[in-house]
Design a binder for this molecule. Structure first.
Ligand code: HPA
Length: 278
């Protein structure tokens, strides 16, 4: 059987966090590659390095700080993952999604996920923001679903629905904020792969054919676990590079980090605007 955590182990992490902060967050935000900046604007933060928590995996990727920043943003109490854990780092699906289980036991109701992604939709350009309206769980279709293993009946059902993974009311809020802020907000389907190699041109042509607008190496497992526990989810892809469907250009992590500088202020405006209206 694949490794998994018991509810008691999740609660050990929750107790370790409660010992270090009195904030009771309602909203969680997971920051993607190169998008760490938003956590720096949290007011009166309690900061907990991942390494200080039991069972918590430590992010090994450049551009992921690996700490929890818990405090206030736009009047909401927030729990920010500054740095996420990726499956390609060698962690199990249970480890990748442990932070979401912890959020659920902390009483968090809303999860905002962000990621850096390749733009597979040919209309997208680097620096664009895409509202995620649905996802393709390609990594799950290959047998890596984070809910495989004993079901946590206290949290959710064995066979959770995924028909509205991305909350329609929250999507509408984000559209409204984009309009007010004069931001172009793209929309589409995010495909979640394992990485860490970027896609080949043939991979990318396949992804486009099956309806992919943005592609990345995260997010989908976290969203599945969030929905299992009934959290409402809002997701944004920051388009860091144009997917290279004809093999004419190369994609690098440096490019992804560089585009983060363009993307962060836009995603910050969107998230702040949504938080104000919750
Ligand atoms: N592919 C997969 N993941 C990514 C990409 C990409 O082109 N850009 C940023 N993350």
């Amino acid at each position: 059987m694949l490794p998994h955590f018991s509810l008691e182990q999740v609660d050990e992490v929750v107790n370790a966090i409660r010992a270090r902060t009195s904030v009771r967050p309602r909203v969680s935000i997971i920051l993607g590659s190169g998008l760490n900046g938003l956590a720096d604007s949290i007011e009166k933060p309690d900061i907990i390095p991942f390494g200080a928590l039991p069972y918590f995996p430590v992010s090994t990727v450049l551009g992921h700080s690996g700490r929890l920043v818990i405090g206030s943003l736009e009047g909401q109490s927030v729990f920010v993952m500054q740095g996420r854990i990726h499956f390609y780092e060698g962690y199990s699906m249970a480890e990748v999604t442990l932070p979401v289980r912890v959020m659920q036991r902390l009483g968090v109701e809303i999860l905002i996920v962000t990621n850096a992604a390749g733009g597979v939709n040919p209309a997208f350009v680097p620096g664009d923001i895409m509202l995620i309206t649905d996802n393709l769980n390609l990594i799950g279709m290959m047998g890596q679903n984070p809910l495989i293993g004993p079901n946590m009946d206290e949290i959710g059902p064995r066979f959770p629905d995924m028909s509205q993974a991305y909350d329609r009311a929250l999507c509408d809020l984000a559209r409204g904020v984009a309009h007010q802020e004069n931001l172009v907000l793209r929309e589409g389907v995010y495909a979640g792969l394992s990485g860490p190699s970027f896609e080949s041109p043939a991979d990318l042509r396949f992804l486009r054919l099956i309806g992919t607008d943005s592609v990345g190496m995260s997010t989908v497992p976290e969203v599945i676990v969030a929905r299992h526990g009934g959290m409402r989810v809002l997701g944004f892809s920051g388009i860091s590079n144009k997917a290279n469907l004809d093999g004419s250009t190369v994609t690098t992590h440096a490019e992804v980090m560089e585009a983060g500088k363009l993307i962060t202020p836009k995603i910050e405006k969107l998230i702040r605007g949504v938080l104000r209206q919750l």
